[in-house]
Design a protein. Sequence first.
Length: 663
Amino acid sequence: MANSTSRSGRRPPRSGDADRVSTDESFPAADAEDEIDTIDEPDSVMVSDASDEENEDFEPTGPSDDALVFDGPAAEADAGETFVGELPTDDVGSESPVEKTEILAVPSENDTKVPVLTIETPDGQISDVDIMKDKFVLGRAPDCDAVIPDSLVSRHHAIVEKREDGWYIVDQNSGNGTYLNDERIRDELLYDGDVIGIGDAVATFVAPGTTADQAPRLDATQMLPQSSVLPSEGTGLTSATMGPGSNKKKKLILLALVLFALVAVGIVAKMILTPPKPKGPTPQEIAAQAKAKAQAEARREFDKVKVLAKNEKWKEALPIITKIASVLPNDKTVKEYKESIEMEAAAEKSMETAQALMEKKDFQGAMAALTKVSPDSGQAEDAQKLKKIIDDALLTDKLEKAGKILEEKQWDEAIAMADSILVSFPDNEAATEIKNRALEEKEKSKRHIKKPGKHHPKKPPKPKHAKYLLMGQALASYKNEKLDDALSQASSSGVSADGVKVLRMFQSLYKKGMEWSRNPGESAKAIKYLTKAIALDKKLSGGRGKISDTIKKKLAKVYFLQGVDAHTRKKYPLAFNSFTSALRYNSGLNQARKRLGDLEIEAKKLYETAYVIKGSSPEKAVSTCKTVMGMVKKRVIYYSKCKKLIGRIRGPMGDTSDDSGGF
């Protein structure tokens, strides 16, 4: 039965069609594409008021290739007019509800965006990198997804990883750590605009919709079932070619279009009403960028601090690390460096203060300055060495003062000064000699006190009872290093023949010793002659005078040079004896005292070696320990440790009187 249509392509309503709207019609999803009319005017529904008679000239040409053709009972039942009106919500009297089309929003594939990292390197280059993988590797290695050529960046530094609840930044146990908004992290969720610090590079994470509770974007709508989609214009489908259920579908489609138009209008209105975003970065972004830049600069400066600390340049490192700590207050490594540098800088300052006070002979102040050196400082051992030097300098100063008091014949004061020295240094020979001389001279002064009423004539001293071989003018010339004058004045000064003989022998030894001392390779010969000369000097003048001081200083220097040579050749016992002898003749020779301190350090290493090899090479361990005992004093701890170690290997030690140096 042919259906008549209006000129607008719509069929006028016919009685009875309204009753068929609610019939139980269903369209399989597989045939949905063939059951869609072409909508010429989606904004309005055109209904013709003309009668069938006014359309008698219309002759249907039959279904086109794109038209929906119904066969069988369904086609025959379409004999009425098309119903146009409100779509009923319920089918009264029907057992099943009228089929409804649901409109859902689905994300548009074309609008899907991937996260982007905006990476800024220290040289100012900026690159945008799309994160196209679920695990995006950042690092210095060539196989990374984003290669950052920075020495502070590890080969595989960090990973940007996609998980169910968003994107995460995961540190890969990097050497210098990964920072998220200035905080060092291990595994953290990323949000749009987060700033990632990797070495000196700064990466900004840009990915809208990365918050954990953010819903997915709804960019388009979809009509369900999905097979029911609108045909394109020009398909040739009209109401004349649709089956009995096409009117209902057409209403649903029109409703969907209206809803879609409303949504589109809302979006356009929002775009018009929403003020445009300000051009350029916001103040917060500027502040974040400035902070990130300051932190990157601080990390570069931190590398300089490490070099300065390695070279023990504490004063230069202190102001730099202080500034870095103010920029990176939560960095544990920076805190540790700052504490260490502050301690070492304070120790260095205390050491310099102590040395300056020692030069001014303020020994008590120097000792007080050294107490400020922390025992945890790397300079604690140097502080102990300096303390020994100050002790020796204090001893030398006291001895000089005691000698001057003795020359001024203040016997009691000289005895008191000598006693104060012997309290701290009971074995000091110089202090003992000063005390004995003061006691002797004090006793002599008591014997020569004149009693009232009696006259004791002064008797000339007898030559055979003279204390020294030289006397008078000959003695004075000798003390002033005028040996030829002393020889010519010997007879007139009452010097005996034995005295003249000893003086000539001294002159020969003194001359040869001074000549050999000028040759560094002949230290042994110089020591031989000068040692004999110093022994004769005691007989001639009691070891006092300018010539005595000259011989002692020369002997100290020769012994020191011999010790340096022995130390260089690792003949440690000989070096120890030489340095000790140098100090015996010149207690103010600090270079020799420093060398003895170096020998103690090497003795520690040798002892540790002997202890390690005591099981595998016991004889070598014993030999090494004997070397240690010959290169340090008995009071040094490694002397007693080596003695015990030898006792364990060979049993208790016997007499060690044949050992040299330090025994």
